[in-house]
Design a protein around this ligand. Sequence first.
Ligand SMILES: NC(=O)c1ccc[n+]([C@@H]2O[C@H](COP(=O)([O-])OP(=O)(O)OC[C@H]3O[C@@H](n4cnc5c(N)ncnc54)[C@H](O)[C@@H]3O)[C@@H](O)[C@H]2O)c1
Length: 432
Amino acid sequence: MQGTDWGWQGIMNGASYDISDSALAGQGDLRIEWALKEMPVLRELAVRFSKEKPLQGIRMSGCLHITTETANLALTLKAAGADLVLCASNPLSTQDDVAAALVMHHEIPVYAIHGESTSDYYRHINAALDHRPVITMDDGADLVSEIHKTRTGLLASMLGGTEETTTGVIRLRAMDREGALKFPVIAVNDAMTKHLFDNRYGTGQSTLDGVIRATNILLAGTNLTVVGYGWCGRGIAMRAKGHGANVIITEVDPLRALEAAMDGYRVMPLVEAAPQSDFMITATGDKHVIDRMHMAVMKDGCVLANSGHFNVEINIPALESMAVSKQRPRVSVEEYTLADGRRICLLAEGRLVNLAAAEGHPSAVMDMSFANQVLCAVYLASQRDKLDNRVHNVPSEIDREVARLKLAAMNLRVDALTDEQVHYLSSWQEGT
Ligand SMILES: NC(=O)c1ccc[n+]([C@@H]2O[C@H](COP(=O)([O-])OP(=O)(O)OC[C@H]3O[C@@H](n4cnc5c(N)ncnc54)[C@H](O)[C@@H]3O)[C@@H](O)[C@H]2O)c1
């Protein structure tokens, strides 16, 4: 093991790793345990699978946000027998103490350093692929994409992959449409027990947490624009409204825009929202949704944040070119001054604000997303070569199993259909 001035690289049981500081492991473990308290479904699966070992000897590589919740996912996969390595799915979301704990105390190789450069990011992805995974677990499809582009030698032995987020699923479905996908991938994001809860309640709470931690500005009474009224946007808008902000929604989809209007928000084009917004938060999965034309009319002091997967939603190169100066008044705030004196504040370099300026989703919501991940990995291992090389939905039995386990953990019970109701709901003869 060798310490360098930028990180700790080492060899562990024949596998390498690359983390920031091994001395952080103790703190990392305490925080991982704290998160586990809120992850009863994962706990239950860890107990079950540590006996059954459904992933025994399966080589897996995960490209995920290296957080306390991901650590508990990794420990559950390991308990199930998986031979797992991890790399980061975003250069700014890595929690260095968690990476240290996984490496130093749990023998899970991790390649992730908070704030790593783009070249280190891809070096780490390739290090994770050197593990020769047969199952990949992605958050943004970077492993799948890299395997198909530069590591095609791995394709022959792949059993499949799983994908955590909307943007990854969009990339994978594009590959599927073009017939380019060479192994099956399960769209974990599209499970009801994932996007209905994680994207909405998780992103809702943690995005505002990130904005508040970054700026410490009171939201009450401000005009806050949410760009995109999808699963994440709905959650962000709902929680911002709860804080007393006057929420504006901008959309390109008429159905979503109508829904936002009926939910009680003001709906208007972005260029009209810009001059009146104190905050603008993107959650679209799209590129340059906040562009030069919007920055040209923005209110002085407007705070821009992104909660979509990639840092392309805000056109940062345009902002850089329009600015005459830039300063960093707070850790996650860059304040750009334009030629006419207006200031625009960009949070967390336009990267996922909830992960870069806060701690990502609360553990309780990741519990369900990651339970889906574990059950889908077990499903992929059990199917072997039976699935075709497409994007697959999470089997509905898995979705329902996760919901059942979560309800049980919350001590909530539901009713069951009577035989009469089962018959009524499956027949067409009975009317008024
Ligand atoms: N921050 C997080 O932790 C987190 C969690 C889950 C998902 N995500 C990411 O957030 C993004 C959104 O995910 P989602 O599940 O809400 O997706 P979604 O498809 O449900 O919603 C996206 C919405 O954005 C709208 N949109 C697209 N282009 C637009 C534009 N130019 N202007 C206005 N609206 C536009 C779409 O019409 C759609 O309604 C994705 O990149 C996803 O990967 C982030």
